[in-house]
Every structure is written in structure tokens, then in C-alpha cells.
Design a protein around this ligand. Structure first.
Ligand code: UD1
Length: 374
């Protein structure tokens, strides 16, 4: 066990708000708990995601404890959601007086809590710092850039993250390449994936289906774009079953645009409710092909070595392309069909797993935090 010179215990507030945050904080929370004499971790859930399928199931499957603090902010416009998190989080911070606030990823809760802490002169650690799509029309890109600028410890998942931060003037001694905590969570649950009954429940054969996730505003909030992606999927259903677990935003838009008839659940094209963590990972691991606009899914497919086509014009995770199995195809239906058929015909890209995407990521972070406080 490592120790600090003083006998002081450091209170670290770990913030999660939306679905992709839980797998990023779980290993860190578990690691800090190994040092009860050094760290007093406090788990804060902002409540940005509140549906059981977007939140509770992830806590359970990652064996996370119930949050110590639940801000319960819910949905709203960006300004409403961000300001609600800030107002509620400031009260919590003033009451609990943490020595450090740790935020993860790029959601509105990430920026809101980092901003509150920075203004109260409390050091901020950002997990998954330095990722850049260079597309400021994405709300997440704004959250990434601003959070990194006001963070004191920047934990990165890959070398290009380090380079982006240095280009933006972040002092190198604040940057720590530790790896990918989301992959550490995946490794923790991986042994249980074989036992999931999801393939049987959905009556699909491993490797013979295409798994789809879409929720980016740029894809699902624009009627014409969304319609043409669905057109490409309808074409592909002649080659393989399409499984499309849909985020609440996506379901709302399917309804709002009246696309129900285009995605009728005919057995070959199935819209499902958002799935739990382990069922979704099990479906990813054994997919013939994954089509997505999610950031995390690009990384998980690279880890599993499963072919992934990203339906976006850019990615903040270029390592999944240079090293992994990911290909950026955009939203042109002809390109989606052409690249999908290449994979279905057996001409897929091979990849490898980036350095430090392993089960010691949170341990490296704890070492950095111990050095920071000593
Ligand atoms: C958020 C993140 C995004 C992340 C995604 C993962 C921001 C800016 N975006 O997008 O980076 O990839 O989460 O899921 O923070 N809704 C529900 N139930 C829920 C949560 C949301 O019905 O549990 C609905 C909301 O009412 C809203 C829509 O989904 O209409 C969008 O939710 P919101 O939290 O604004 O952002 P996401 O699209 O989920």
C-alpha cells in the first residue's frame, strides 16, 4: 500500500451523469476504496440520465454503490441542464468540501461540475481528456475543450490526446497517459458475457447480425439524414438481421418524424429499447458488424476486434481508425451500404488494441493522485 506523508484524508468527489459515464468512473471508485486511510471518495450522480435503462441498470451491472449524492437534474436544453447541474453541484461542494473533483467524458454534467469546482478553487481531474473531433458543432466538443482548459490533472487514453492538449497550451506536467477506464470496466464484466442469454432471447445467431446504435443530434434530430440512414439499414436487412437498441432521444425522433413504418419490427429489422451494459456488450462482442455514432462503441469494438463503421464525418477517437477496427463512413447511404457489404463479404479491416487499454488504468490514476497530494 502506498502512503502520503501526512495523515490527512483526501475527499474526492467523482461525478457521473449520463450513461457513458458510469463505466468510466467504476474502476476509479473501486481503486480509491483500496486506500481508506488516504482517500474518501464521494460518488455524485447528477441525474442527467434518469431512466432505469440509462442509469440504474449500469450501476447494478458495474457493482457500483448507490450514489452518495443524487442531484436529480433530469433533461432540458443545454443551458437549462448545465445550469441546473451547476446550481445543485455548487451546494453539494460547499457542504461536503472535497479536496478534488473528478469528472469523466464529455457530457453536459462533465463541464458543469468542472466549472463549479474550478471557480471554488478546487482542483479538477478530467478522465478521458484531450479527445478532439475538431467539430465545434458537437456539444460534446465544446464540453471537452472547456473542461480540459480548467482541469488540473488530465488523464488521457492515448497519445493523440496528449498531443491535442499540448497544442492547446496545457502544461505537459498536468497530462498523464493512463489508458482507458472504459476498457477496464469491460474487462471486469467480460467473463460474464458468455453466460448472457440475449442471443437466445432475441433468436439471433452469433456473427450473423448487424448491431446499430444512433443518438447523435446530427444524425437523429435531422429528418432527412435520419431517413437516409434508415433507408440504408432497410437495404442491409436483406443481408443480415438488424438489431437497433435505441436511445430515448432516438425513439422520440422515430415517433416525431413518423418513421415507425420504415422500421417496422418485421424480424429482420428490430428496434429495441436501450439495453443494459452486459447485454449490449455481449451483442457487440458477437456482432458481424457494428454501425454507430457513439464514441464509446468505437472503442469497445476496437477492443473486441469487431468491425465498426462510424456514421459520422469525424471522430474524436482517431486511434480506433489508425490502430483499431473502425472506419469513418459518414451518413451517405451509398457509402454505408458499400462498406457494410465489404464487411459482410468477409473483407474486414484487422486491428489491434491500443497501449494501456488494460485492467490497470485506475491503478495508474491512483498513483498520479497520490503524487498530486504529496
Ligand atoms: C448525452 C450526452 C452524450 C452522450 C449520451 C449518451 C451531452 C451533451 N450529451 O446525450 O455526449 O453520448 O448522453 O447516452 O451531455 N432522455 C430520456 N431518458 C434518459 C435520458 C435522456 O428520455 O434517461 C431523453 C431526454 O429527455 C432528452 C434526450 O433523451 O430528450 C436527450 O438527453 P440528454 O441528456 O440531453 O442528452 P443525450 O442525447 O442522452
Amino acid at each position: 500500500m502506498k502512503s502520503l506523508a501526512s495523515s490527512k484524508k483526501y475527499r474526492i468527489m467523482l461525478v457521473a451523469g449520463a450513461r457513458p459515464n458510469f463505466m468510466k468512473i467504476a474502476p476509479v471508485l473501486n481503486e480509491l476504496k483500496k486506500y481508506p486511510a488516504l482517500f474518501d471518495p464521494v460518488f455524485v450522480h447528477t441525474g442527467q440520465h434518469y431512466d432505469d435503462r440509462m442509469s440504474r441498470v449500469f450501476l447494478e451491472e458495474l457493482a457500483l454503490p448507490l450514489p452518495d449524492v443524487d442531484l436529480g437534474v433530469g433533461s432540458g436544453t443545454h443551458a437549462v441542464q448545465t445550469s441546473r447541474v451547476m446550481t445543485a453541484f455548487e451546494k453539494t461542494v460547499l457542504k461536503r468540501k472535497p479536496e478534488l473533483v473528478l469528472v469523466v467524458g464529455d457530457v453536459n454534467s462533465t463541464l458543469a461540475c468542472a466549472l463549479v469546482a474550478a471557480k471554488l478553487h478546487i482542483p479538477v481531474a478530467h478522465v478521458e481528456a484531450g479527445l478532439r473531433s475538431n467539430d465545434r458543432s458537437m456539444p460534446e466538443e465544446i464540453n471537452r475543450i472547456l473542461t480540459d482548459q480548467i482541469s488540473d490533472i488530465l488523464f488521457t487514453t492515448c497519445r493523440d490526446g496528449d498531443m491535442n492538449l499540448k497544442k492547446e497550451g496545457i502544461p505537459p506536467d498536468k497530462i498523464h497517459l493512463v489508458g482507458n477506464t472504459m476498457i477496464q470496466s469491460l474487462l471486469q464484466v467480460q467473463p460474464g458475457l458468455e453466460k448472457r442469454s440475449i442471443h437466445r432471447d432475441l433468436n439471433v445467431t452469433k456473427k450473423e447480425y448487424i448491431l446499430v446504435t444512433l443518438h447523435r443530434p446530427s444524425n437523429v434530430d435531422h429528418e432527412a439524414t435520419f431517413r437516409s440512414i434508415l433507408g440504408a439499414l432497410r437495404h442491409l436487412q436483406t443481408r443480415a438481421t438488424i438489431l437497433f437498441p435505441a436511445h430515448p432521444r432516438t425513439q422520440k425522433q422515430i415517433h416525431a418524424f413518423g418513421f415507425g413504418s420504415q422500421v417496422e419490427n418485421n424480424g429482420r429489422f428490430r428496434i429495441l429499447d436501450a439495453l443494459g451494459y452486459m447485454d449490449f456488450l455481449a451483442l457487440q462482442k458477437y456482432a458481424g458488424l457494428v454501425l454507430t455514432d457513439s464514441g464509446g462503441v468505437q472503442e469497445e469494438t476496437t477492443f473486441f476486434g469487431v468491425p465498426c463503421l462510424t456514421l459520422r464525418e469525424n471522430t474524436e477517437r482517431p486511434v480506433t481508425i489508425t490502430q483499431g477496427t473502425n472506419i469513418l463512413v459518414g451518413t451517405d447511404p451509398a457509402a454505408i451500404i458499400r462498406e457494410s457489404e465489404r464487411v459482410l463479404d468477409g473483407r474486414m479491416k484487422k486491428g489491434s488494441i491500443p497501449r494501456y487499454w488494460d485492467d490497470r488504468v485506475a491503478g495508474r490514476m491512483a498513483d498520479v493522485l497520490i503524487r498530486f497530494f504529496s
